[in-house]
Design a protein around this ligand. Structure first.
Ligand code: PLP
Length: 353
């Protein structure tokens, strides 16, 4: 579809930039000697998946059974579902484990029991460890609980205890390379300490899996982890520029939105592009809540992000954009403007059908 054919909010991907982002991360992982298992929830697309294959990627991360099934149907045979095991989906998990190398994560004995009872085939099991984010996982200080869970897994032949997995979501609250590196170093040190306890208990190989986009973009030395799982880096977004994980020109996804209302007296336009297209994720810029910013484009590439033209509010389908006078003069009803989303994973998920 050409830009001229766009009628409603539409995702515009810069394939060249996305491929460059993938290549850079794949090279970085290869150079550091860590296994690269990118998270595919960001794009959820077999076509984009092929761009990863072209860079030598063979194993992936997803966040649901349905995503795992979709990518398994498209030839991916080594998939980790990096979401707490949902024991109501054991039939699906069993089917997946029968046809691919499947990894799941757990952080409690009931989930381990459900796996032992419902899965008759070999499945890789990671213990989710909370190294500071505070979302899911056993607290890294609670080595007794982690050891007990590992021992529970060890008792069941087909449950293959793979290692310790964490997600540094708290890196998203940081700004600047030093702060991100500090989060990564602390989190990894905590994983190492837990691993040392398990090795002492007689476990032999325990892999460590980590990797969010801010840390993987900024850190060069992965400090002896085995695998990284960033996802967002394929497209990046406005939030990542604020954190300091990417430059403006590394952003590879924008949303083209028709202009449907113009209000020069209040320096605002209304776009067809609301919460159902961009999501309600927002960031603070100069003390204001912002849901995206307009970009000047050259084809599908961003030539500059107009931080003086922020999306200031969203309802279901409406987006309200503050427009400086110089842009207002050149705009007309029916024009397309390009919004850099705050969070590309959510915008892509909203717009991919
Ligand atoms: N691993 C897990 C468990 C996650 O929840 C996520 C994202 O939420 C990722 C990896 C990928 O991180 P990012 O979106 O920062 O690339």
């Amino acid at each position: 579809m050409g830009i001229c054919d766009i009628q409603r909010p539409t995702l515009v991907i810069n394939e060249g930039q996305a491929r460059a982002n993938i290549q850079r991360m794949a090279d970085k992982a290869r150079y550091a000697g860590v296994h690269f298992r990118p998270h595919f929830k960001t794009h959820q697309s077999a076509e984009v998946g092929q761009w990863f294959r072209d860079c030598g990627v063979t194993s992936i991360t997803v966040s649901s059974c349905s995503m795992a099934n979709y990518f398994a149907d498209h030839g991916w045979s080594d998939i980790t579902i990096a979401f707490p095991l949902n024991v109501r989906e054991m039939d699906d998990i069993h089917d997946l484990a029968s046809r691919i190398d499947l990894g799941v994560l757990i952080d409690n004995p009931d989930a381990a029991s459900a796996l032992a009872a419902s899965i008759a085939t070999s499945i890789q099991v990671w213990i989710k460890v909370d190294t500071g984010y505070g979302r899911s996982g056993i607290l890294c200080d609670n080595t007794q609980q982690i050891t007990q869970l590992a021992k529970q897994l060890e008792q069941v032949d087909h449950l293959k205890f793979k290692g310790l997995l964490t997600h540094n979501g708290h890196a998203y609250h940081m700004q600047g390379h030093e702060a991100i590196r500090k989060i990564y170093a602390e989190s990894t040190q905590r994983l190492h300490s837990v691993r040392a306890v398990l090795l002492n208990e007689g476990f032999d190989t325990i892999e460590l899996s980590t990797g969010d986009t801010p840390c993987c973009s900024v850190v060069d030395n992965f400090l002896d982890v085995d695998e990284i799982r960033p996802g967002n880096f394929v497209f990046y977004d406005l939030m990542q520029t604020v954190i300091g994980s990417c430059s403006d020109d590394q952003i590879a996804a924008v949303v083209a939105c028709p202009v449907v209302g113009m209000y020069p007296e209040r320096e605002e336009i209304i776009i067809y592009g609301g919460a159902v297209h961009l999501s309600k994720d927002n960031i603070e810029m100069d003390g204001n809540r912002v849901f995206g910013c307009l970009a000047e484009m050259k084809g599908t590439s961003i030539s500059s992000i107009r931080r003086d033209a922020p999306v200031v509010s969203l309802s279901q389908e409406h987006g309200t954009v503050h427009i400086p006078k110089d842009i207002m003069k050149s705009l007309h009803i029916g024009d397309l403007v390009h919004v850099v989303p705050v969070h590309s994973c959510l915008a892509v998920s909203c717009l991919r059908f």
